[in-house]
Design a protein around this ligand. Sequence first.
Ligand code: XIL
Length: 362
Amino acid sequence: MLRLTTVLVSAALMSATVLPVFAQTSVGLKNLPGARVLPIGAELNGTFLENLPAGSKYASTAIHEFNITGCENELKMYSFTGWKGDPFTGTPIIDNSGADAVANLARANHMVMRGHVLIYNQAIPRWISPDGVNTKYTDAQLQAMVKKFIFTRMHRYADVVRYWDVTNECFDSKGDLKHDFWYTHLGGDNYMANIFSWAHEADPQAQLYYNDYSTEQPGPKFNGMLAYLVALKNKGVPINGIGFQCHENTKWPQGVLSTANTNAVDAAGFKWQVTELDCGTDAVNPNWKLQAEIYGQTAKICLADSNCQGLFMWGYTDKHSWLRPPNGLPFDAAYAPKPCYWALYKAFENPPPRINPVATAN
Ligand code: XIL
């Protein structure tokens, strides 16, 4: 109905093939009924964005479609470029330019942000460790510096970032905690508790997330992750939600988000989000239909569960995607909506009833 009331189209144009194109340009996903209960959006590459002229299609399409955004790489620790003074009393040197470009776009357009990510073993600044293993700093020095970095970052964006990925990709495929650089230096078995506590201290209003991939289906990784996070929560560690990255591909449709897992997360008392949705497909024989089904099904699972706090994609246009080939996002490289865009549109236009599965089960 929304489409019909907001768009003036002649009767001759009202065929199913023509109408959606008009609807997209006039409505935008963020104005559909589903978006009133579930934030919908995508990350932007801040470095790309800050070098574009004002009013670029990259910016204007995102503003038109989404009510939540974030940074692809610019909130990672790559931007923590150095340290001034003594490790215990000095200050972090941070390049905020790319993240500011995204945050200012969000602020100016009534969008909120997901902050991705505070601690990630794939984003260790070279000056802290040239090889991701060795460091010239003691554990106490590193903890002091990282804590101050977290405080500085979270304070700067506290007005606009509602959800933070505090840690990312910390479990192996068996569900065991990786003994990576941050585990080793930020507290060993206490490191997750330390980081979440620092993040909560820095911004008590923020929703704090643990984020990972290959956790959409039942299995040892999901089980290990959830058991660990439940134990943390039971110890009083401030952790609010679990992020399902959802990097999908039409070649492995059996791996997509399952309600067995979202229900288990609900039952454990966590909120959750889809945090990095994309869906690659074959370069030669692309399966746009299955791609659209995967988008639509994921959106419906999010919309139907009142514990889901957002549907977030890892980019939105094939013009700017980390996928190779870049064909897994809802807009093509010329910013035309693809079938998977329309699958999202349909789900958000006519959302399923939103229920709390735990409350319903009791
Ligand atoms: C990716 C970015 O998209 C790339 O530009 C970068 O080179 C590597 O990281 N899971 C995550 C994201 O949590 O941070 C990753 O982002 C994609 C996989």
